[in-house]
Design a protein around this ligand. Structure first.
Ligand code: FES
Ligand SMILES: [Fe+2]
Length: 467
């Protein structure tokens, strides 16, 4: 096999060693150097609105209880009992004032503090043998919130979430802040696909090129108002901070007309105008671009689209979806997909928007089915020996000397954050893999260990043997 240095060098020139899409050693490196350091989406605060509400979410193999405690503070608690390590909470979501471990019955408040330890006195000699005071389920090293999106980071020395997101926040707002109340979620729907996690991330980040081919039938049946999928090449792809995405070019008109064209009712448009920055509004109103799919490094994606949901007429309804590509192994991914909608949207809009989401990108969505067959097949083919000899050309949109085929949009043409190019290209896939390569080059994360139930840190050697 190539050395990892060779793999990263190839990736950096836009040539992808095909085996990175199904390689156990690479997956181990990703766990050690990438997922251990990146900010990982674990849920949205609207999923746990009341004290005691919780959801259980994973960061790779680590299970966390994301709970809202009695004071209303959101916590990310490592879901492992402090006694012998049983998984404390086995339900996926619910409301609880405390969690009791099924093994020996230790129990914890929903802020993680230990509350019940059966036979504390008889078995441990009370506080002197095991200090309950100060003992809590291990908190995630970092937990942070942007527009209600909750992220965990496993690196004690992580950079702040705000800095990590960088200019991608400009685009995140379109998906997650259409009114001051933010979004509410339904879901997640969960399913597993036998595909490497990176493929979906790259697709959502910038693959406008696959739409005319992979999704021909969806266009044929008239799910979209645009008669031709090639329309996608009129859109631009942007990369900003640690994420990037695709857009559609909108027809002539002003801001209101364009937002109405994709199905937003006047009252929602009014709220967007109140909330979004001048540049955010100009990207739509002046530059005529509407955000569509996007990915945030490493494994979170977004969709915004506007299909026809009724047989009759030409009406379209927009929907927003968030998703996680949760890696299970080098060739399996759990997809978690949420429907998101502005919390202040009219009820009727919410219902139709949900329908639009399900038709396109729910577990049975038409786009979903088209896409996944490609990705499973790609993953399978990446496993063999021939794939180890193949460097995939991922240089679309760039000439041999590195200059872009089409120049980047200028400040006059583009009010958005980051850099943007009109037309088909793989700028974003390359940006994603650059970030990936940067992470794989870093040393493993070092984190301290936590000792449980000890007050002064000084222990005598155990002496039960033969005593
Ligand atoms: S492992 Fe949880 S109480 Fe024993
Ligand atoms: Fe697709």
């Amino acid at each position: 096999m190539d050395t990892i240095q060779q793999v990263l060098a190839d990736v950096r020139r836009g040539m992808i060693p095909a085996h990175i899409y199904n390689d156990a050693e690479i997956f181990e490196l990703e766990k050690e150097r990438l997922f251990s350091r990146a900010w990982m989406f674990v849920g949205h605060e609207s999923e746990i609105p009341q004290p005691g509400d919780y959801v259980v979410r994973r960061v790779l193999e680590d299970s966390f209880i994301i709970s809202r405690d009695e004071q209303g503070t959101i916590r990310a608690l490592f879901n492992m009992c402090l006694h012998r390590g049983m998984q404390v909470c086995r339900a996926e979501m619910g409301n609880a004032s405390h969690f009791r471990c099924p093994y020996h019955g230790w129990s914890y408040r929903n802020d993680g503090r230990i509350i019940g330890l059966p036979f504390h006195k008889e078995a441990y000699g009370g506080e002197e043998g095991f200090a309950r005071k100060g003992a809590t389920l291990l908190p995630a090293p970092n937990l942070a919130n942007y527009n209600g999106l909750l992220f965990v980071n496993m690196d004690p020395d992580a950079m702040p979430l705000d800095e990590y997101l960088g200019d991608f926040k400009f685009y995140l707002d379109y998906y997650t802040k259409q009114s001051a109340s933010g979004i509410e979620l339904r879901g997640p729907q969960r399913w597993r696909i036998k595909a490497n996690w990176k493929i979906g991330v790259e697709n959502f980040a910038g693959d406008m090129y696959h739409t005319p081919q992979t999704h021909t039938s969806v266009v044929e049946i008239g799910l979209f108002r645009e008669p031709k999928a090639e329309k996608r090449k009129d859109g631009m792809t942007y990369w900003a901070g640690r994420g990037g995405g695709t857009t559609y070019k909108l027809p002539p008109g002003d801001l209101e007309e364009r937002l109405a064209y994709i199905g937003y009712p006047p009252e929602m448009i009014e709220r967007m105008k109140q909330l979004w920055s001048t540049d955010q509004l100009q990207l739509i109103g002046e530059d005529a671009f509407m955000i569509s799919a996007a990915s945030l490094f490493p494994n979170m994606s977004f969709v915004h689209n506007w299909p026809k949901v009724e047989e009759e007429g030409d009406e379209v309804v927009p929907f927003i979806s968030l998703r996680m590509w949760q890696p299970v192994s080098e060739n399996e991914t759990e997809v978690m997909s949420w429907f998101a909608v502005d919390a202040e949207a009219p009820e009727e809009f919410k219902e139709l928007s949900y329908k639009a989401y399900l038709m396109c990108f729910g577990s049975t969505g038409m786009f979903e089915q088209d896409d996944v067959e490609n990705w499973v097949s790609l993953t399978n083919t990446a496993k063999g020996s021939m794939a180890r000899r193949l460097l995939l050309n991922s240089r679309m949109g760039m000439l041999n000397d590195g200059t872009p085929v089409v120049p980047a949009l200028t400040r006059e043409e583009f009010s958005g954050a980051g850099s943007a190019y009109v037309g088909y290209s793989e700028h974003n896939q390359r940006n994603f893999l650059q970030e990936w390569a940067d992470h794989l080059e870093k040393p493993p994360v070092v984190a301290p260990s936590h000792a449980v139930g000890i007050t002064n840190g000084q222990l005598d050697q155990y002496s039960s043997k033969g005593a």
